[in-house]
Design a protein around this ligand. Structure first.
Ligand SMILES: *Cc1c(COP(=O)(O)O)cnc(C)c1O
Length: 398
């Protein structure tokens, strides 16, 4: 009999989206005449930009003739895409070496797989509330997690306790689910803390393209010293509507070198390269051609047309909450709006209340961690008409 990885028993049942679907289905069955509006989705809805689509088509066509056919590509991704990403960072004022960029099929895989590079014996800091992948991938590896509380007092932007030592730190900014964004001073506090502790920051910037405030950092490498302490994960999922197309990338600077217990120097860049070469055979050439088109100036302009559409939805939601005097986080520089449930309701209670009285579906904060228990997430990924209608109902409800 195989001995199983029993750490899987330690995983909390991920019932969030199934439970939501279940409750919505029960409601619609009992109230077939009511129109339910979903503002809970964490997935994009608008189609790909024209240039991205053309890039994908060119990739497909290349496969059809012997002269341009592509078999296995480099595990790290094609240079044309790595260079396009490096040029995109440069346009945003950040220098990233193309050879430090690893192309993947998305940030979920990479943020989940990265934990393989670290021993079980580390102090791992993970914010709460947070994107569940960081927690579950560490639980699967039998690793102990220390939670870092995000709450109203710190504006859901926790900072390190200088008296506490950590080895690995997960940060997500702009944050899912809270929409909160670290400013440069706050990120510098984290970078300085990581350098002082010889810790590594695992920085998820999946929502960087939603940042409109030019003062806010869109990459951890906008902070001095970050290349000595941080890995950055990003994705085309929310930026370019690639949730179904699949492409992401991870930046592992060559400066990330640490001393092993036998005194040898170990490079995280080399380790990640080895890991990818062993377990990953590269992202599809076709997808990488589409992705390269996204990172051109015109391709990015087209992405921003879609992002602006979502931002208009976020504004509609934020305006209603402001009018109602409900304090919220996000809504600008993020597709998410996070607020405290009215009348001291708990998040599941509020979920039912909103569904039953306004036929609006959101996401209970409890699904993202202990500190989300009294909070609620709405997203801007719906269409204008439904978002406006949902917020009109919300307005009439309180
Ligand atoms: C959506 C999202 C991602 C992107 O994941 P992909 O696998 O690239 O689709 C990464 N991190 C966070 C926090 C997200 O919300």
């Amino acid at each position: 009999m195989p001995k199983l990885n029993e750490h899987y028993q330690d995983l909390k049942e991920s019932y969030l989206f199934t439970e939501i679907a279940h409750r919505v289905a029960a409601y619609t069955a009992a109230n077939p005449d009511k129109k339910v509006i979903r503002l809970g989705i964490g997935d994009v809805t608008l189609p790909l930009g024209r240039l991205a689509l053309e890039g994908l088509h060119e990739g497909v066509d290349a496969m059809g003739s012997a002269a341009t056919f592509k078999g296995y590509g480099p595990e790290q991704g094609y240079d044309f895409l790595r260079e396009a990403i490096s040029a995109y960072y440069a346009r945003n004022g950040v220098t990233v070496d193309a050879s430090d960029i690893f192309i993947s099929d998305g940030a979920k895989s990479d943020t989940g797989n990265i934990s393989e590079l670290f021993d079980t014996d580390n102090v791992i800091l993970i914010p709460d509330p947070v994107y569940p992948v960081y927690v579950d991938s560490n639980v699967m590896g039998g690793k102990k997690i220390t939670y870092l509380a995000g709450n109203a007092e710190n504006g859901f932007l926790p900072l390190p306790d200088p008296a506490f030592h950590a080895d690995i730190i997960y940060l997500c900014s702009p944050n899912n689910p809270t929409g909160a964004v670290y400013n440069k001073e706050q990120l510098k506090v984290w970078v300085d803390y990581a350098l002082a502790n010889e810790a590594v920051i695992l920085f998820d910037s999946a929502y960087e393209a939603f940042i409109t405030d030019p003062e806010l950092p869109r990459s951890i490498y906008a902070i001095e010293g970050a290349k000595k302490c941080a890995i950055e994960f990003c994705s085309l999922s929310k930026t370019a509507g690639f949730t179904g197309t699949r492409c992401g990338y991870t930046i592992v600077p060559k400066e990330l070198v640490f001393t092993a217990s036998n005194g040898e120097q170990m490079s995280l860049h080399q380790m990640w390269n080895r890991r990818q070469c062993t377990k990953f055979n590269g992202t599809s050439y076709i997808i990488q051609r589409g992705a390269a088109a996204v990172f051109s100036e015109e391709g990015m302009r087209q992405c921003h047309e879609n992002i602006r559409y979502y931002q208009e939805n976020a504004r509609i939601i934020a305006d209603t909450l402001t009018k109602k005097g409900i304090r919220f986080y996000g809504g600008v520089n993020s597709p998410y709006i996070w607020f405290e449930c009215p009348q001291q309701m708990e998040s599941w209670e509020f979920f039912d209340y909103l569904l039953n009285h306004a036929q609006v579906v959101g996401t209970p904060g409890a699904g993202f961690g202990e500190n989300g228990k009294h909070f609620f997430r709405l997203t801007s990924f719906g269409n204008h008409e439904n978002t406006a209608e949902a917020m009109k109902r919300f307005d009439e409800l309180f």
